[in-house]
Design a protein around this ligand. Structure first.
Ligand SMILES: NC(=O)c1ccc[n+]([C@@H]2O[C@H](COP(=O)([O-])OP(=O)(O)OC[C@H]3O[C@@H](n4cnc5c(N)ncnc54)[C@H](OP(=O)(O)O)[C@@H]3O)[C@@H](O)[C@H]2O)c1
Length: 284
């Protein structure tokens, strides 16, 4: 199969490129906005035909949660209109969505069948993208993930390493619970879906194993980082969400149930502390 990977310069797209050497069953073309603006439906159609694409892996998105709150229309163009452009090509699609489609007020891991109730503009636009995709491509694969990080782009791990080395104290919320996800682990699940003998359309939840708060995550980031280079000296203080000023409301509970993806694709997913180690080895 010929596979087109969009958003190839983002966190996930970069991991897809990095791990491509281990996956030679199919041939790959990687593009980002410089080569193909996904909001241009005609350009999408042209490139998909020119490249004789069989499958599209959509790693592109408008991921700035606060930016989406200020300009929902811009987020909608990328997170829904562009997804529809891809789906209208009639090719098989693997698309990435988010825990933000849920309310975040639950207390049991969200299953794929749980009701969507997005509380933010970003969540609404991603949910709209899922719905449009399913209208045009019934056998699409949707991987919903959460708390994505990598050595690339902007993410929580990079921010905490920077502040952990610069500041005396970091105040981090301990009442928002989720599962950190190394982008390389999500890329491996995507490759498992592509390399599988059969196409298994449907929606799946994928994060790393284990659960923690942003406070716990920060403590572990600095602990592991100090084992590699002893300069991350900030003291980490747990605070409640109402002690921090957010531009956009954040989900209190983002844990996703991963049983379906494990059963369907036979993947084993590492604990987030192990994956953090793999990521930091590339960074420090
Ligand atoms: N980051 C998280 O914590 C998180 C959590 C849950 C789910 N997700 C989902 O996981 C997926 C991957 O996220 P990520 O963190 O890897 O994203 P990312 O690093 O922000 O990368 C997204 C890429 O898409 C590109 N892009 C934006 N608009 C485009 C357009 N109109 N046409 C073509 N490309 C465009 C971006 O280019 P520019 O940088 O130039 O805009 C960027 O290279 C997304 O679907 C996201 O919603 C992420």
């Amino acid at each position: 199969m010929r596979v087109l990977v969009t958003g190839c310069k983002g966190q996930l797209g970069t991991e897809m490129r990095r791990l491509s050497v281990e996956h030679t069953k199919h041939s790959y073309v990687y593009v980002d906005i410089d080569e193909l603006d996904l909001t241009d439906g005609e350009a999408v159609k042209r490139l998909v035909e020119k490249e004789k694409t069989d499958v599209i892996v959509n790693c592109a998105a408008y991921t700035n949660v606060d930016g989406a709150e200020e300009n929902e229309a811009a987020a909608l163009r990328v997170n829904a209109d562009a997804v529809e452009n891809l789906a209208r090509t009639g090719r098989k699609i693997i698309h990435i969505s988010t825990d933000y489609i849920f309310s975040g007020e639950g207390w049991l891991p969200y299953r794929e069948t749980d009701a969507a109730a997005p509380r933010t503009a970003y969540g609404r636009t991603k949910w709209e993208g899922e719905k449009r995709l399913k209208e045009w491509s019934r056998d699409a694969i949707v991987f919903r993930t959460a708390w994505l990080y990598s050595p690339w782009g902007k993410n929580f791990v990079k921010t905490m390493l920077k502040y952990g080395a610069e500041k005396d104290e970091l105040r981090v919320v301990y009442d928002q619970i989720g599962s950190p996800t190394y982008a390389g682990d999500l890329a491996r699940v995507i490759y498992a879906a592509l390399d599988a003998d059969e196409w298994h359309g449907g929606t799946y939840h994928v994060t790393d194993e284990g659960v923690c708060s942003w406070y716990d995550f920060t403590v572990e980031i600095l602990r592991q980082a100090n084992e590699r280079e002893n300069k991350y000296k900030a003291r980490v203080i747990p605070i409640r969400s109402d002690e921090y000023v957010y531009k956009t409301p954040r989900p209190h509970y983002s844990v996703l149930d991963k049983q379906k993806v494990k059963d369907t694709f036979g993947v084993s997913i590492p604990h987030w502390t192990e994956s953090l180690k793999e990521c930091l080895e590339q960074m420090i």
